[in-house]
Design a binder for this molecule. Structure first.
Ligand code: ADP
Ligand code: MG
Length: 686
């Protein structure tokens, strides 16, 4: 039953690989055989029986066992997509949605976007009439509820990667539980890579069997949730620890990869780092080494969300003979994606995690230690095709005594403003009494209500205001950005502010330029606006449009061409949404003060002032007096205007503000009188 290692005669691929037909020349039968070899295949009948007879079925199975790609196909083959119905499969991550959807389309030999489609925010590759299996992020499914509260077109909703406990997954589960009560014919499949399924089953089984007429519904599904465990087939993975902690995990990563390449037999390497910055840095360092003849044969590839499609495809294509692939990934490769040829895993022990403090009202993306459960998942990725090895860049003592057993659900460490406004828009008024799969802290909920109140999205009774509250909820962006767009309507600069909103929804429009930071800074200076980053974005956008959207122009200016194309697309969609909401599209023709005021109207809660006599550019937040600094990537770094608002914070050695714009403090009381009533920013300070 084990997958075979292919030798040289067979297609010239050294390792067994479930690669797409096109790249390895396999025919249809082979794809079918690959499907049959997956562990879930043996459970096909059991899964279909449980879904038929239970409202909720929980499927637990190791990563790579075929849950995501196969179960939706089983359901379709069994008739769940007949009569115009649709099977949904949700993922926490956008990149996983795209990748899994194209894989399934390929297996079914259909064109992506027709029978099999996907939807992520600002990208809909599905067809209203044709699509039968739809992959989507859990966030997008939540949005669909605004138009169709009972999600009536779906016959089965598979909530995948439930073990991740992402914020949207938990909220979705809470709402699906409610929908089930109104739609007993709806089936849920919850799939998870770990065994904490019992509490999930208990959560979905709490409904009492109804007495009276309902009891006569003999053929209705059981309201007890069923649990099915798909037996995995992973190979042993030998785990290595460091003797002493590594002072620099980036350096340790690079030298570990090189020594694996030096000493170990062929087989691909998967490295877990934390985010685009350190991944790009590691890729650069490894590429420099790869020039050294000793390390020839290394193919170094980054993997993170926001990666262009062409680069994603490289990750999944088979490694050429005599070469070794090194994939440097965020924790997206922990359970969401299966890479076929991995034999070695390098685990730095960190990931980027959201942390929110409701007292200071500060949310941060922080590089933080992973849990033991995550570390085990990561190690498991090495045992896919044969026994593998996992190198943990931390000590065993640290693993046993410092790492927590499980991660904390994201709902308990997030700012809940977006979630609360969505629940409100769906008519859930008693937020504190909502039946959550994991309860958020009351402080965080109250904070969220306060912010929504100050944005004018809810009224004194905590009800959504009309039309502002509904409009803010309708725009698929952070409520602060949505508010900024609404405010631009009255200030006559919606065209500009929508451009800014589109750029803010992209990770970065600059090319990361390790080794050529100076050139990047010079390029930035060409666009830099004294008012700050938001206005700088407008200059870049203008330049891009004037260049006729030229890739060459982008290259010359250290601007990421793909990011700019994406921003243009998002901008078009936002313009359409704005028009639907009755926001007139108007340009302020260079009246930048209107733009700055609009930004302030959305982000007044993030206002800061420069500490008087500060020699190192220290700012304090107005609300809670936190120390913050302007991020070196901002055009206002070292410029240090007296009053600014920022878009987000990142924390490394300090709290850094990203995307900063200078403001006039008198605007604060103008745009958010109640918010600043008690906080009394004193414009006379300076
Ligand atoms: P699970 O959801 O249980 O982790 P998947 O259904 O995602 O498992 O994957 C099952 C198998 O399908 C993988 O082991 C891999 O062989 C194959 N596969 C999945 N996605 C791709 C892809 N994008 N390209 C090539 N093969 C893939
Ligand atoms: Mg999966």
């Amino acid at each position: 039953e084990r997958p075979r290692l292919l030798d040289d005669e067979e297609g010239g691929v050294l390792f067994y690989s479930a690669s797409p037909i096109s790249s390895s020349g396999y025919g249809y039968a082979n794809m079918e055989k690959q499907r049959q070899r997956l562990p879930v295949y043996k459970y096909r009948t059991a899964i279909l029986y449980l879904v038929e007879t239970h409202a909720t079925t929980i499927v637990v199975g190791e990563t790579g066992s075929g849950k995501t790609t196969q179960i939706p196909q089983f359901l379709k083959e069994a008739g769940w997509a007949e009569g115009g119905r649709v099977i949904a499969c949700t993922q926490p991550r956008r990149l996983a949605v795209q990748s899994v959807a194209s894989r399934v389309a390929e297996e079914m030999e259909v064109k992506l976007g027709e029978e099999v489609g996907y939807t992520i925010r600002f990208e809909d590759i599905s067809h209203t009439d044709l699509t039968r299996i739809k992959f989507l992020t859990d966030g997008v499914l939540l949005r669909e509820m605004m138009d169709d509260p009972l999600l009536s077109k779906y016959s089965v909703i598979m909530v995948d990667e439930a073990h991740e406990r992402s914020l949207s997954t938990d909220i979705l589960l809470g709402l699906l539980k409610k929908i089930q009560r109104r739609r007993p014919e709806l089936r849920l499949v919850i799939s998870s890579a770990t065994i904490e399924a019992k509490s999930m089953a208990a959560y979905f089984s709490t409904r009492k069997r109804r007495h009276g007429p309902a009891e006569n519904m003999k053929h209705g599904p059981s309201t007890e949730a069923a649990i099915l465990s798909v037996e995995g087939r992973g190979f042993n993975v030998e785990v290595f620890y460091l003797e002493d902690p590594a002072p620099d995990y980036l350096q340790a990563t690079v030298s570990t990869v090189l020594s694996i390449h030096d000493r170990e037999p062929m087989g691909d390497i998967l490295v877990f780092l934390t985010g685009q910055d350190d991944i790009d840095a590691a890729v650069q360092l490894l590429l420099e080494e790869a020039h050294n003849s000793r390390y020839q044969g290394l193919i170094v590839l980054p993997l993170y969300s926001g990666l262009p499609r062409a680069d994603q495809d490289l990750i999944f294509s088979p490694t050429p003979r005599g070469k070794r692939k090194v994939v440097i990934s965020t924790n997206i490769a922990e359970t969401s994606l299966t890479l076929e040829g991995i034999v070695y895993v390098v685990d730095t022990g960190f990931s980027k995690q959201r942390f929110y403090n409701p007292i200071s009202d500060i949310e941060n993306l922080v590089v933080a230690p992973i849990s033991r459960a995550s570390a085990r998942q990561r190690a498991g990725r090495a045992g896919r095709i044969r026994p593998g090895k996992c190198y943990r860049l931390y000590t065993e003592e640290y693993f046993l005594n410092e790492m927590s057993a499980e991660g904390v659900p994201e709902i308990q460490r997030s700012n809940l403003v977006s979630s609360v406004i969505q629940l409100k828009a769906l008519g859930i008024d008693n937020i504190l009494g909502f039946d959550w799969p994991a309860s958020p802290s009351p402080e965080a909920l109250i904070r969220a209500l306060e912010v929504l109140y100050s944005l004018g999205a809810i009224d004194d009774d905590a009800k959504l205001t009309s039309p502002a509250g509904f409009q803010i909820a309708e725009i698929p962006l952070d409520p602060m950005i949505s508010k900024m767009i609404l405010a631009s309507n009255g200030l006559g600069c919606s065209e500009e502010v929508i451009t800014i909103a589109a750029v803010l929804s992209i990770q970065s429009i600059w090319v990361s330029a390790r080794g050529s930071e100076k050139e990047l800074d010079e390029a930035k200076l060409r666009f830099a606006a004294a008012e700050g980053d938001h206005v700088t974005f407008l200059n870049v956008y203008k330049g891009f449009v004037q260049s006729s959207k030229s890739a060459k122009w982008c290259h010359k200016n250290f601007i990421n061409y793909h990011a700019m194309r994406k921003a243009l697309e998002v901008r078009e969609q936002l313009r359409r949404i704005a028009q639907r909401l009755g926001i007139g599209l108007k340009s302020c023709e260079g009246d930048i003060q209107a733009v700055r005021k609009s930004v302030t109207a959305g982000f007044f809660a993030n206002a800061c002032h420069l500490e008087p006599y500060s020699h190192n550019g220290m700012y304090k937040t107005i609300g809670t007096s936190q120390e913050v600094y302007i991020h070196p990537s901002s055009v206002l770094f070292r410029v240090n205007p007296k009053w600014v608002v920022y878009n987000s914070l990142v924390s490394t050695d300090r709290q850094y503000m990203r995307n900063v714009i200078s403001i006039d403090p008198s605007w604060l009381t103008e745009v958010a009188p109640h918010f600043y009533q008690h906080k009394q920013p004193n414009p006379m300070v300076h």
